[in-house]
Design a protein around this ligand. Structure first.
Ligand code: CS2
Length: 511
């Protein structure tokens, strides 16, 4: 008879296979102390794991209440398992399994903000971390300001007590805290956005200022918005991952998370109340996260976005396939070493070249099935910090941006080819997908006209950058080739041109 396997839960903890580690503390004694918004694969592989490590070392009341305000629902997976889940660390053939116990409760707040507000306004909660994706902040990517024209923001300003956006919900929660117990709150963004704390503070403050009643002043005095650099590659979980746990360990887990061995968390030391001592378990508290952010976003994430969009255009499925491609691998290393590294500030304790090699090594991990389409999702929200900011710095230095311009054109080509006019080659998800498709449908296959129209989107390309002749020329010529029958010609040619320029430079310096 075929009986279905037992589902992970507290009763199973004592009977887990010896190869699966279990929480090294008494979960039953844990109290909710912090909340997390956006319980996806990344949170389960990162902040929840650091917290699990901390609980094993120094028991405190830092149990996590996990909240989702967008799909998926948590009740049927994590909820059913009392917050427990299996976190797999995978590297090629190596697998390490551990059940994480730091999430003590989950709350679904997709239908209305009420359940999320109850948690976030509770005096038990001293800290809220969040991974709500780049677009969750409803900010304008090129300026970092709250997008007052965003439909959810328009809705929330008109209906502040029933908000649906992240800025609206957080502002309302702070307002409820002010009106009831007055306890301070730390709001720690763990999204991969440059100056994420500043952006979060800006969108909340802008929202609060419009509410009036001294709320913005109360927030300024009682809330803290530290910035943080977060890192671990943890792709969207697949049915295969769930099946593997069942097959290897004999139990069912609907909330498995899979990540690579590497992890990093650098947090600005700016808390409104008590601070979980994540620094005792590998995180770093610093006064300024900027150099760490630049390094990670421009090198690791820059490489990922480059390999993702160019990888899709080359017909490759995962990051590990793209980085294994000889041409793309030479290209991405050259781009990072020659054009990206000179834009970085010194980072304490890190050697930039070694970081490039380490990053490319991480991307080769074949057990991490990170789909190029997943990384290309929301590219409009990612390219500013990953590609455009280093490009601007290079242009300020009077240096070439030939290589960095290719993935910018890659992002354009990725969205353009999803348009009707280009035969809808693949489905895409990006807040600017509709705009780019409309441009493509109106413009047709004229690469210079396409590039000009997309570069004119000021919320992504600031006008000063878009007007730069060298950048425009490099993007336009790469785009023409990426849209041709031989897309990788763009990559080959940019490398050849770069080589010629290098030879010229070395001849000149020899004279
Ligand atoms: C990826 C990131 O999907 C993406 O945009 O580039 O999620 C990346 O894997 C993480 O930032 C790694 O820390």
């Amino acid at each position: 008879m075929n009986t279905s396997p037992e589902t992970l839960g507290p009763e199973l903890l004592e009977r887990l296979p010896a190869t699966v580690q279990r929480p090294a503390y008494d979960r039953a004694a844990l109290q909710p102390g912090m909340a997390h918004l956006g319980v996806g694969a990344f949170h389960r592989c990162h902040q929840a794991e650091y917290t699990d490590d901390l609980l094993a070392l120094q028991f405190d009341r830092w149990g996590i209440v996990g909240i989702n305000i967008r799909p998926p629902h948590l009740a049927e997976t994590l909820g059913r398992q009392s917050g427990l889940y299996t976190r797999l660390i995978r590297e090629n053939d190596h697998v390490e399994a551990r059940v994480i116990g730091s999430i003590v409760k989950v709350v679904d707040s997709q239908d209305s903000a009420g359940p999320a507000l109850d948690v976030l306004s509770s005096p038990d909660i001293e800290l809220v971390t969040m991974t709500v994706t780049e677009k969750g902040y409803c900010h304008i990517p090129s300026s970092g300001e709250l997008d007052l024209g965003h439909p959810d923001i328009v809705h929330d300003l008109a209906n502040p007590e029933t908000p649906r956006s992240v800025p609206g919900i957080l502002t309302r929660a702070l307002e409820l805290r002010q009106a009831t117990h007055g306890q301070p709150l730390t709001l720690l963004s763990c999204d991969n956005i440059q100056t994420n704390g500043v952006i979060l503070e800006t969108v909340v403050r802008t929202f609060a200022e419009r509410r009036g009643n001294g709320l913005a002043e109360w927030i300024a005095a009682n809330a803290a918005f530290p910035s943080a650099m977060v890192d671990r590659i943890a792709p969207a979980v697949t049915q295969d991952d769930l099946d593997s746990v069942e097959q290897w360990f004999g139990y069912h887990d609907g909330a498995v998370a899979v990540g690579e061995p590497f992890r990093q968390w650098v947090i600005e030391k700016k808390f409104a109340g008590r601070m979980p001592r994540w620094d005792l378990v590998g995180a770093t508290f610093v006064d300024d996260v900027t150099p760490f952010e630049h390094l990670k976003m421009r090198v690791l994430n820059g490489a990922q976005t480059t390999l993702a969009t160019l990888g899709v255009l080359a017909g490759l499925e995962h990051t590990s396939d793209a980085v294994a491609d000889p041409l793309l691998s030479v290209f991405v290393r050259r781009m990072l070493v020659e054009e990206t590294l000179p834009t970085l500030m010194p980072v304490p304790g890190m050697e930039p070249l070694a970081y490039v090699e380490q990053s490319l090594g991480r991307l080769k991990n074949t057990a991490i099935r990170h789909r190029n389409h997943q990384i290309a999702t929301d590219g409009s929200q990612k390219i500013v910090q990953r590609l455009l900011n280093p490009i601007r710095d290079r242009l300020d230095q009077g240096a070439s941006v030939r290589l960095l311009s290719v993935p910018v054109a890659g992002w354009m080509a990725y969205l353009i080819q999803a348009s009707e006019c280009f035969g809808k080659l693949w489905p895409v998800s990006d807040p600017y997908a509709g705009k780019v498709a409309a441009i493509a449908d109106a413009t047709g296959r004229d690469a210079p006209a396409l590039a000009a129209a997309i570069l004119a989107i000021e919320t992504i390309f600031d006008p000063g950058l878009a007007a730069n002749a060298a950048f425009r020329e490099a993007v336009t010529s790469a785009l023409g080739e990426l849209l041709s029958g031989d897309p990788m010609a763009a990559v080959r040619h940019s490398l050849e041109q770069d080589e010629v320029a290098r030879l010229k430079r070395s001849k000149q310096s020899a004279l």
